[in-house]
Write a protein that binds this ligand. Structure first.
Ligand SMILES: [Zn+2]
Length: 441
């Protein structure tokens, strides 16, 4: 039996279906793992088994480990999401109240760490091998064992001028956290929160910081140059565009009530301008983009820069907060890459990326094949992990998930569809040849 935390082992698994994503599905397949890497796969039997242990899994589907490109794991202790009935601005009010209550507790940082650890383990149990995490505190992600790969996006936000005492202190803390994460070996990204909560000037700081981090290793190892993606929530609410133009309405009332509206009028930029800004980074993640199809300038800029940008949609959160699904059809029509995130448990009942994909499939916005690409190869690209994870291929790290369907699939299409069936169980999740969740014989 392989248990989480074991050292690298070499073995061959036999499975009814293997969906490598890098090539066509295989029936009655084998997959060889040696020293953490995939060293071969094909239709049973393998040419040579050497002395490797062979594990026959029977009726299972093996595919690339999943990528959840957008989470807020600090909310993983929430038993249920905050109410989404009043829309984004009301939801933010509840979230900020909850965070302020938490921060008055002396065990805040322990609670925060425990929630993040719980979220990481829940994700691995859902078949996830890579996460895009938005961090608002200085958490030691590198100390968490048996975890998926994580791109930690340190969040920046604030309506106070960055030249004010408050603004300068806040920015310095965020930059210091990002540097600490980077020094600890974590893959780092940066995240100006959203256009309604972030001064435009903070964007300039983020661009400079992202370029500085990227340049750090440019001269040392050109091939593995450190990538610093930038992620931002954009076009989440119908009220957002109006607020950005007039600085009035529900968002203004919200910020005044929370005591964060500054004395000086904040310098806020449009969605389209933030998209151009993201395109200057190494790689930009547009999170949600729910109302982008209403903003032709913003959508055309996203289309123009689609080689460097990706839309990260969170269907269940979007449905709950906006009563509609993300404009995936428009993104696909414009040739824009799409990947998926669960967002956090503050707006979603769980961290199941498969359930997120099933929501798109059930509503006809994606085929099972498209959904599989979104939660594997596309998600890996979004996080800058495309050389490490996102597909099963010889010579690459053995990042894969083993699933057991309730009904045996007869065709490749059925095997793909069964990944998103809620009766299909995750047997085990492997990162680099090691199990990070589940056990199997
Ligand atoms: Zn989010």
């Amino acid at each position: 039996m392989l248990h989480s935390g074991q050292q690298h082992r070499s073995f061959i698994v036999r499975s009814q279906w293997l969906l490598p994503v890098s090539c066509r599905p295989l029936e009655n397949a084998w997959l060889r793992v040696e020293r953490g890497l995939v060293t071969g796969f094909g239709t049973w039997p393998p040419h040579s088994q050497n002395t490797l242990q062979v594990i026959d899994l029977g009726n299972t589907v093996i595919t690339a480990g999943f990528v959840n490109a957008h989470t807020h794991l600090e909310f993983s202790s929430c038993q249920k999401p905050f109410s989404t009935a009043g829309g984004l601005h009301k939801w933010i009010r509840d979230v900020v109240s909850w965070k302020r209550e938490q921060s008055t507790s002396c065990t805040d940082s322990n609670q925060n760490n425990a929630a993040i650890v719980a979220g990481i383990h829940e994700s691995a149990a859902c078949g996830v091998v890579a996460l895009g995490e938005i961090a608002t505190t200085n958490t030691s992600y590198h100390k968490i064992l048996n975890r998926p790969r994580i791109r930690v996006f340190r969040e920046f936000l604030g309506l106070h001028s960055p030249t004010s005492q408050d603004g300068l202190a806040r920015e310095a803390t965020c930059l210091r956290d990002a540097q600490r994460l980077s020094r600890s070996g974590m893959a780092v990204g940066l995240s100006p929160h959203a256009p309604y909560s972030t001064q435009w000037n903070i964007g300039q700081t983020v661009v400079i910081a992202s370029k500085t981090n990227s340049r750090g290793r440019r001269w040392q190892r050109k091939k593995n140059r450190r990538l610093t993606p930038v992620a931002m929530h954009l076009a989440e609410s119908q009220l957002e565009a109006e607020f950005l133009k007039t600085q009035t309405g529900h968002f203004r009332t919200l910020f005044e009530d929370l005591g964060v509206w500054p004395d000086q009028t904040p310098n806020l930029a449009s969605t389209a301008d933030w998209i151009s800004f993201l395109a200057k980074s190494d790689r930009g993640l547009i999170i949600h983009g729910t109302f982008l199809h209403d903003d032709h300038i913003a959508l055309s800029r996203l289309t123009l820069h689609r080689q460097k940008l990706i839309a990260v949609v969170c269907p269940r959160t979007t449905l709950a907060l906006s009563g509609k699904l993300p404009p995936v059809s428009e993104f696909k029509k414009a040739g824009i890459r799409v990947c998926l995130g669960t967002d956090g448990r503050g707006s979603n009942p769980d961290l199941s990326i498969r359930a997120e994909a099933a929501c798109l499939i059930d509503s006809g916005l994606a085929t099972p094949q498209e959904a599989l690409s979104m939660i594997s190869v596309n998600g890996a690209w979004a996080l800058g992990f495309e050389n490490r994870t996102g597909c099963i291929a010889t010579g690459r790290p053995a990042d894969f998930v083993i699933l057991r369907p309730s009904v045996s699939p007869n065709t490749a299409d059925e095997a793909t569809a069964t990944i998103f069936d809620c009766t299909t169980k995750v047997v085990a999740t492997f990162r680099g040849g090691r199990p990070i969740a589940g056990d199997f014989l």
